[in-house]
Design a protein around this ligand. Structure first.
Ligand code: SF4
Ligand code: SF4
Length: 424
């Protein structure tokens, strides 16, 4: 949420003292209760901004799948892994699309964002290095900055490899999944090649990356996918993370409920309400123990996801171009959900329109659209159009526990939380 300039000035001038905030002080500073008209005006303005961003092809985010193979077989993944890495011919066409996108970039926004996905992207390490070299050449010629991020299981992410990726691929963030203490993690994410001690290897890799000054630029996020089978063991995982020195700002903990992925139905999903309360208690505990935990987004999102922006696309290992990350490896959905192939698309043009490009516009104009009066729309943007269309409700879990999460934030800032009933 952005603060009005007047409010910032009022705080700086001492008119609003964070030690004695009350309704009158907030109202005097312009942060009092809004009228229905003001709320509607804000909703329209937020959605107009998101809709304009959805159509904006002068910014470019590219997700690349250098491989569709994975060394792990997660029970809840819903992915159909296939043999094969990206071929040099497809890499060249992917680079042609980067070149085309660079030519469209606005003068005021000369940067690119690249995401490495899989499968397990590190199984396509050679392809990542070749693509990165190509992107480096294109961007340095054009004076464009770029960074990349990666979703990886980190089994093969040694500190040395992370350093190479930080240097060559401008890697600035990784998201690594741990699903429980070793036995639970190995049951949830077993190695395809037979029983292996992947848990301790991942933890050691993360420790090495965290300790390496050459990897300082890489943000490390640890994701815990929660389902009925690992909920009870999550506290044991947290203790292991604590013992390994992960309760610091260097590591962000991100707890995520398992949901139906692609066209599959996840087994052992936890009911939304039960998950919310459980997650809230976990976040509180993590915060008290010094972990860095994400409570809720702190700035408005531009668009909900890759699939809702014409300036974003995903190039799969076989060269097909997708808009929605979950459609790529979902059995039965490829190739029908693809918007084209890199060998056939004109690299000078943005990708063809996809199913969800008009999402923000639909929220604005359709009387039957979801999220009509949601207070957190600026932070959420409607979460996942695909799930709404499938008749699910993809609201993020933080939505239902915002007051308590604000209390945790207040405690972090040294303020005393009040009882919510008393405050009401
Ligand atoms: S539509 Fe949903 S599943 Fe597809 S990329 Fe967006 S958030 Fe992900
Ligand atoms: S929290 Fe739910 S209702 Fe609100 S904007 Fe997000 S998806 Fe829509």
């Amino acid at each position: 949420m952005a603060l009005e300039t007047e409010l910032v000035e009022a705080i700086e001038a001492g008119a609003v003292n964070p030690q004695r905030w009350d309704l009158e002080a907030l109202r005097a500073a312009g942060l009092g209760p809004c009228s229905e008209t003001q709320i509607e005006e804000e909703r329209v303005s937020v959605l107009r901004r998101q809709s304009a961003r959805s159509r904006d092809v002068t910014k470019f985010s590219l997700a690349i799948m250098p491989t569709s193979q994975c060394n792990l077989a997660c029970g809840y993944g819903g992915q159909a892994h296939r043999a094969g890495n990206m071929s040099p011919a497809i890499e060249d066409r992917a680079l042609a699309r980067v070149r085309g996108a660079i030519q469209r970039l606005r003068e005021s926004h000369r940067s690119l964002s690249i995401g490495w996905f899989g499968g397990e992207p590190l199984l396509g390490f050679a392809s990542i290095r070749r693509l990165s070299e190509g992107i480096r050449n294109l961007t340095s010629e054009a004076g464009v900055a770029w960074t990349s991020h990666m979703a990886t299981n980190a089994v093969y992410l040694s500190a040395d490899k992370a350093r190479i990726l930080a240097e060559e691929s401008h890697l600035r963030a990784i998201e690594v999944t741990l699903d429980g203490p070793p036995t639970v993690h190995h049951a949830s994410r077993p190695a395809k090649s037979g029983p292996q001690e992947t848990f301790s290897r991942i933890v050691q890799n993360l420790r090495d990356i965290g300790d390496s000054s050459a990897c300082d630029a890489i943000e490390i996020s640890i994701r815990i996918n929660v389902h009925q089978g690992n909920m009870a063991s999550t506290p044991a995982l947290i203790s292991i993370l604590e013992d390994n020195g992960f309760a610091t700002p260097r590591f962000l903990i991100n707890v995520v409920p398992v949901h139906d992925w692609g066209s599959s139905h996840a087994e052992g999903k936890v009911a939304a309400e039960a998950f919310q309360q459980w997650e809230l208690e976990l976040c509180n505990d993590l915060d008290l123990r010094g972990f860095t935990v994400s409570l809720f987004p702190t700035s408005p999102i531009e668009t909900p996801c890759l699939a809702t922006s014409l300036g974003s696309e995903l190039i799969a290992t076989n060269g097909r171009v997708f808009t929605c990350t979950e459609e790529v490896l979902s059995p039965g959905l490829d190739p029908s959900s693809s918007v084209g192939h890199v060998t056939l698309l004109d690299p000078a043009l943005p990708r063809p329109a996809g199913t969800y490009d008009s999402w923000s516009e639909d929220l604005l104009t359709s009387p039957t659209a979801p999220c009509p009066s949601c207070a957190v729309l600026p932070l959420c943007g409607g979460a996942c159009p695909k799930q709404w269309r499938e008749g699910k409700t993809p609201c993020p879990t933080w939505k239902g526990t915002m007051p308590q999460r604000l209390d945790i934030l207040a405690r972090r800032l040294g303020l005393e939380p009040r009882d919510h009933k008393e405050a009401a």
